[in-house]
Design a protein around this ligand. Structure first.
Ligand SMILES: *Cc1c(COP(=O)(O)O)cnc(C)c1O
Ligand code: SF4
Length: 317
């Protein structure tokens, strides 16, 4: 993490890319800091100002536009917060905000404005959450989210998983993470053996948007997670200037499969303030999926969904 980039200029310099100063925005970066790992930056194409990986992390002046329909909490997280650190929207599943830390700061992130300060998952808060969840016999799955749950240290992750396994009704634990893509060094043999030894089935839902995010180093980490017995799925966000074309989405699915990962969701952008320049229409999303159905085996076509605040599941598009 320390070798990463927290300012645009050093990254642009390393890539040999010039972007006019007025296209970048200090104000955008003050609201939501820039954060890019060295390993993620290595996958960017030198000399390409429109690189799809660079675009995902570069604070641009366009973030300051806020057209109607965009807001700080587009998915209704505020209303779904049952306790500090606990979000529950759908039956059978609950989501824990394990940490606010992320390997990257993705500019389109729907939690970019989430008030994490009040949700740090302390031991005391975890016990309060477990006490509440214990009373719900239909709760079969816990989702570790954040931030990114793989940003916490092994010891803390192990302790957390142990506590979760004390819920007798729990059938599996899911981890939502961008770490295998953005910080492959984190997928250590120690982490894998910790996960392999867990008594409940583990599902890792990766967040990967572009085939070039899946470098050989990333593929190695994913293979190690598979050997540890973790089921691997991917969710991507449909993003203008990143992956909103048939070729890129086909290559993403193919490359994911080659890495042992099945496509799960393709999300329409959550309309969070600052992300309007990434928006792709539902219409275009539908057309792309229709084309993917012809070009790929059915199991490599992700489900196109959007999240509607207050709905009881992700909404198919
Ligand atoms: C998206 C989401 C889930 C998971 O939904 P699935 O359709 O099971 O992937 C669970 N909890 C919350 C709060 C969510 O936003
Ligand atoms: S929560 Fe996920 S999408 Fe949001 S900034 Fe972190 S890694 Fe990116």
């Amino acid at each position: 993490m320390q070798q990463g980039f927290r300012e645009p200029q050093p990254l642009l310099q390393a890539l040999g890319v010039a972007i006019p100063a007025e296209r970048l925005s200090r104000e955008a970066a003050n609201g939501f800091a820039m954060r890019v790992t060295a390993s993620y930056a290595r996958q960017m194409r030198p000399g390409d100002a429109d690189d799809p990986l660079l675009r995902q992390v570069l604070p641009l002046a366009e973030e300051l536009l806020s057209p109607p329909g965009f807001s700080e909490d587009p998915v209704g997280d505020g209303c779904a917060r049952q306790l500090p650190g606990l979000l529950q929207k759908y039956p059978g599943r609950a989501l824990l905000l394990v940490t606010a830390a992320c390997p990257l700061h993705c500019r389109y992130c729907f939690r970019r404005a989430y008030p994490y300060a009040g949700d740090r998952l302390t031991g005391e808060r975890l016990e309060a959450i477990l006490a509440q969840l214990r009373g719900d016999p239909t709760l079969h799955e816990l989702i570790l989210s954040g931030g990114d749950p793989l940003m916490v240290e092994d010891q803390r992750l192990a302790a957390l998983l142990e506590r979760l396994a004390t819920l007798p009704q729990l059938r599996r634990v899911r981890i939502h993470s961008r770490v295998p893509v953005a910080l492959p060094e984190r997928i250590t043999p120690q982490l894998c053996s910790l996960l392999a030894g867990y008594r409940l089935p583990l599902v890792l839902v990766l967040h990967c948007n572009h085939p070039r995010e899946l470098s050989p180093e990333v593929a190695e980490g994913l293979a190690a997670l598979r050997r540890a017995g973790v089921s691997l799925l991917n969710q991507a966000v449909l993003l203008r200037g990143v992956n909103a074309d048939q070729t890129t989405l086909c290559e993403l699915s193919e490359r994911l499969f080659a890495c042992g990962v099945l496509p799960y969701y393709l999300h329409l952008l959550d309309r969070v303030t600052g992300s309007a320049h990434f928006a792709v229409s539902a219409e275009q999303g539908r057309e792309l999926i229709a084309r993917l159905r012809h070009a790929l085996p059915g199991y490599l076509v992700p489900r196109l969904v959007r999240e509607v605040a207050g709905e009881g599941c992700k909404t198919p598009v």
